[in-house]
Ligand binder design. Sequence first.
Ligand code: FAD
Ligand code: NAD
Length: 479
Amino acid sequence: MGQPHASAAIEYDVVVLGAGPVGENVADRTRAAGLSTAIVESELVGGECSYWACMPSKALLRPVIARADARRVPGLSQAVQGPLDADAVLAHRDTYTSHWKDDGQIDWLESIGVRLYRGQGRLDGPRRVTVTTPEGERHTLTAKHAVVVSTGSRAVLPEVPGLSGAHAWTSREATSAKAVPGRLAVVGGGVVGTEMATAWQALGAQVTVLVRGTGLLPRMEPFAGELVADALREAGAEVRTGVSVTRVARTGDTVTLTLDDDTQLQADEVLFATGRAPRTDDLGLASVGLTPGGWLDVDDSCRVLGSDWLYGVGDVNHRALLTHQGKYQARIAGAAIAARASGTPILETDPWGAHAATADHAAVPQVVFTDPEVAAVGLTAAAAEQAGHRIRTVDVDLASVAGAGLYADGYRGHARIVVDLDKQTLLGATFVGPGTSELLQAATIAVTAEVPIERLWHAVPAYPTISEVWLRLLEGCRG
Ligand SMILES: Cc1cc2nc3c(=O)[nH]c(=O)nc-3n(C[C@H](O)[C@H](O)[C@H](O)COP(=O)(O)OP(=O)(O)OC[C@H]3O[C@@H](n4cnc5c(N)ncnc54)[C@H](O)[C@@H]3O)c2cc1C
Ligand SMILES: NC(=O)c1ccc[n+]([C@@H]2O[C@H](COP(=O)([O-])OP(=O)(O)OC[C@H]3O[C@@H](n4cnc5c(N)ncnc54)[C@H](O)[C@@H]3O)[C@@H](O)[C@H]2O)c1
C-alpha cells in the first residue's frame, strides 16, 4: 500500500481531537468565542457516551427502575408483576443511540460552524495534527492557539489466561447487545458492573457478579455497595466477593471461568467491567515529548503540564470519568483557550475562578442508576479523613422520612453527610434509595458553595418529599 495522499496544511485557531461529549463542548465554546475550530473523529460523533455508555445503559435501566418503583406502590404493584418486554427495551435503547448513526450530531456541528474531519487524528509535532481518513487520505491541520485532546477512554481487560479468545463483553457489548444472554457473568463490582448486572438480571439473564474485593462500589460509602448487593441478590442475581478469575475458556456457546477458590462458573457471556484506559496510544504523543498510552496530566485549566498550547479534557485526563464533569472541564478549557487567544494577561485560575475546574477536586456528583439508586457528591468519610479533614458524619435511615414512605411501601435507603468540623460546611453527601438521584443537585450546591450548616437550617425541604431527609440530617448535625 502506498503512502496516504497528503494535502497542504490548513490552519485553524483550535483543533480538537475526539468528538465525544467533551470534544463537542470544547468546540462549541471556542467557536462561540469567535475562534475557527476543527474537530477530528475516528468513529461516531457523540463518542462513547452516546453510543456505548451513558445513553444506551440508561435506556436499558430506565424501565428496570420504573418497574421496581411501581412494584413498591400499593394498588399499582399488582399491575406490574410481569416480566419486562426485553425486545421492546432493546428497541428503545436502539432509538436512544440513533441506531449507532451520528447524522444528528453532525448537523449540530455544522450549525455551530465547526468543521468536522473524519479519521484518526494524530499529533505531528507542536500545534500540528494529521488526520488519516478511512479512505486513506491525509489532511494536515495546524492550530494557531490550541490543540485539545479529548479522545476519551476505552475498557481495560486484565491479563487473564484464555481471555483473548473468549469473546468477552466489555462495556461496548454490554450496552449494545442485541439479545438477552441466558447466563451472564460480570467481573468487577464498580459502576459499570453494578449497573449492567442490574439491567441484564431484570431483562431476564441469570447474572453472577464476581468481585475481588469485599463489596460493590468500593469508592463510595460502604452502605451504598451493601444496599445494591442486597437488592441484586433479591432480584435473583448472585454476588460473590473475594474471588478473582484466574482463567477463561470458551467452548462454543459456553464460557467457563476458573476462580481462585478452585471453583468454576459457566455462563453464556462474560462481561469484564474492570476499569478504563486512556485512548492516547495511537495519538502521536511521542512527537511532542509525551508518553503514548498514558493519561494526560493537566492543570486546572486542563492545559497539559509543561505545554502552552496542548489541552487534555474529559476522560483522557483521568480527573473524573464522567460525562457531566468532562463537559464542565470543556466549558472551563474553552474559556481559558479563548482568554489566552485574546491576550488576556491574567486568567482566573484561583479556586472557583472562571478558568479553573475546581469542582473536579471538591464536588464531583455521580449517580449510579442501580435499584436502589446511589447519588453521591464530594468526599466520602474515609476520603475526607485520608485528606486530613476533621469531620463528623451524620447518618439517617431514609425509611424514617415521610416522603420516602409515600414514594415506596417498605422504603429502604440510607443517607450520610460528611461535615467539616472546622468550617461547619459539607464535604460530601451520599443518598441511596429509590428516587434519590434527584436529591443530588441540592447536595452539590451545598458542597460547592460551602453553605454553612447554620444557613442550610433555613433551607426548608417541602413536606412530604424525600428531600425532608435534609431536615433529619441537619437535626443530626445540630443535636
Ligand atoms: C457503560 C458506561 C456507562 C456510563 N454511564 C455514565 C453516566 O450515566 N453518566 C456519566 O456522567 N458518565 C457515564 N459514563 C462515563 C462517560 O461515558 C465518559 O465519562 C464520557 O464518555 C467521556 O467523554 P469524552 O468525550 O471524554 O470521551 P468519549 O465519550 O470516549 O469520546 C472520545 C471520542 O474520541 C474519539 N477518538 C479517540 N481517539 C481518536 C483519534 N485519535 N482521532 C479522532 N478521534 C478519536 C473516539 O472515537 C470518541 O468518539 C459511562 C461509561 C460507561 C463505560
Ligand atoms: N452512572 C455513572 O455515572 C457511570 C456509569 C458507568 C460508568 N461510569 C464511569 O465509567 C468509569 C469506568 O467504570 P468501570 O466500572 O469500568 O470502572 P471502575 O473503576 O468503577 O470499576 C472497576 C472495578 O473493577 C475492579 N477490577 C479491576 N481489575 C480487576 C480484575 N482483574 N478482576 C476483578 N476486578 C477487577 C476494580 O477493583 C473496580 O472495583 C467509572 O470511573 C465511572 O465513573 C459512570
